[in-house]
Design a protein around this ligand. Structure first.
Ligand code: C2E
Ligand code: CA
Ligand code: CA
Length: 440
């Protein structure tokens, strides 16, 4: 019998049962680092601990980095919430694995028979949905609930609609200006994808990008964004003004070897110079597969394309990776800017982060600047680039010229002469931009 048949046989013998899906975050990586024997010992220790705490009423089987268990007569253990508490409390004490004490905090999902179904396949899938929720929540043990499944069905509806949207050309791009404080000019734009679905309405990238990431659809979507952004940038004559263009790239794209060829093709067909292009990778996601990501980033950089860490400060607070990653720019998340002016500690943290970037020789961009006060503060901290609603909201390529006509004197809080002399100082090395930006 295989593990599924084992569990199924056990479930059939029980009139009432609970099915547990237990997930160990980073288990695969620990197995690789510590060896398979250690992995097996961890799973056995979890079996033993649960069996002990739930009174020998269970059977456990593992499959990859997931452990499934059927607890017979689960209702006899008390109310369902008590079962969840017992399961959670089972991991308060460290496990003993090959003599090594080990603290684990698995994410556990629980479904119940007969309430959530009577067939193992259905109960397992509901327990997995609950464990998925537990993985992304502070409460590490979760009972299956109907609305959890609605989230999954919604995600799958969005995924299907997204595939159609790409085929029907329902996706579009907007561009948000970036201002260079060192030269007192707009220096580039960031391309952002937009999706207006005829049935669902406008779907925010923060809703559909994670779904595209999980479903493996992101390389196609990202490939389209890269190609289309470069095409528009070049066809509207913006590339030749010397402005730069940043494109968001998912780490999943970077794990595919073809990514570097894609970038090369796009540069060639659009005529954009490599140093005009920056690819932005979100900090948290990049760290999941740092080796593959670094290798591709190195190759992209060897073409002359620049690389940036996006949303810096929102992921792991372990900065040691910064020394080794092939990056040119740090984009500090807008969370750091939000409380400027209200909370003096925000200023300290933001300034220290800008200094950290500069100390590592990186260009620093601050995102999410919405007011003149925030702009003045950020400028006084010596950051290089600024992006945010204060300087311009994302807009279509046709509106970009108009969007970047903001008065530089107002942006910088400087006199016209001071701005002019600042720009003269830098203009020798920098190609003239598309708009004079005087705003008069
Ligand atoms: P992001 O890369 O950090 O992009 C900046 C987001 O902040 C954009 O939201 C932009 O509209 C918004 N924003 C800019 N300035 C301000 C401001 O001053 N205040 C506030 N409150 N928001 C501001 P958007 O376009 O909704 O994009 C959200 C995220 O979706 C992006 O965050 C990026 O992570 C992802 N994304 C967007 N387009 C793409 C894409 O083509 N590929 C990939 N992989 N991800 C994308
Ligand atoms: Ca970005
Ligand atoms: Ca960002």
């Amino acid at each position: 019998m295989n593990w599924f048949e084992d569990l199924e046989a056990d479930l059939k013998c029980a009139s009432e049962a609970a099915v547990l899906a237990i997930r160990l975050p980073n288990f695969r990586n620990s197995m690789i680092a510590s060896g398979a024997d250690f992995g097996i010992a961890v799973i056995e220790a979890i079996h033993g601990r649960l069996d002990d705490r739930l009174g020998g009423k269970m059977i456990c089987r593992s499959w990859g980095d997931e452990i499934f268990a059927v607890v017979r007569d689960a209702h006899a253990l008390g109310a369902v919430s008590q079962l969840a508490m017992k399961v959670e409390a089972a991991f308060d004490e460290p496990l003993s694995c090959l003599g090594v004490p080990l603290h684990v905090r698995p994410a556990i999902g629980i479904s119940l028979s007969p309430e959530d179904g009577t067939r193992l396949r259905e109960l397992l899938s509901k327990a997995q949905i609950a464990s998925d929720n537990a993985l992304h929540s502070s409460c590490r043990t979760q009972l299956f609930a109907g609305p959890m499944a609605e989230g999954i069905y919604r995600a799958s509806a969005i995924e299907n609609a997204l595939r159609e949207a790409m085929a029907n050309q329902a996706l579009s791009l907007v561009f948000q200006p970036q201002f260079d404080l060192n030269i007192g000019r707009f220096s580039g734009v960031e391309a952002l994808v937009r999706w207006e679905d005829v049935r669902i309405g406008a779907v925010a990238p923060s809703d559909f990008i994670p779904i595209a990431e999980r479903s493996g659809f992101i390389p196609r979507l990202g490939g389209w964004v890269l190609e289309e952004a470069a095409r528009q940038f070049s066809e509207h004559g913006i590339a030749e003004t010397g402005l730069e263009m940043a494109v968001n790239v998912s780490p999943r794209q970077l794990t595919e070897r073809s990514f570097v060829f894609e970038v090369e093709d796009v540069l060639e067909s659009s005529g954009i110079r490599p140093e005009q292009m920056t690819i932005e990778i979100t900090e948290g996601l990049m760290l999941e597969d740092i080796r593959a990501t670094s290798a591709t980033l190195n190759e992209v950089r060897s073409l002359g394309v620049r690389t940036a860490i996006d949303d810096f400060g929102t992921g792991f607070s372990n900065f040691s990776y910064l020394r080794n990653l092939p990056i040119d720019q740090l984009k500090i998340d807008r969370d750091f800017v939000k409380h400027l002016g209200r909370d003096p500690r925000s200023r300290t943290v933001l300034e220290a982060t800008i200094n950290l970037g500069h100390g590592l020789g990186l260009q620093v961009c601050v995102e999410g600047v919405e007011t003149a006060e925030q702009m003045a503060e950020v400028r006084s901290m010596g950051c290089d680039l600024v992006q945010g609603f204060y300087l311009g909201r994302p807009c279509s390529i046709e509106q970009l010229d108009q969007n970047m006509k903001m008065d530089y004197r107002r942006i910088l809080g400087m006199t016209e002469e001071a701005v002019a002399s600042m720009q003269r100082l830098h203009v020798s090395g920098v190609a003239g931009n598309m708009s004079s930006g005087s705003g008069d």
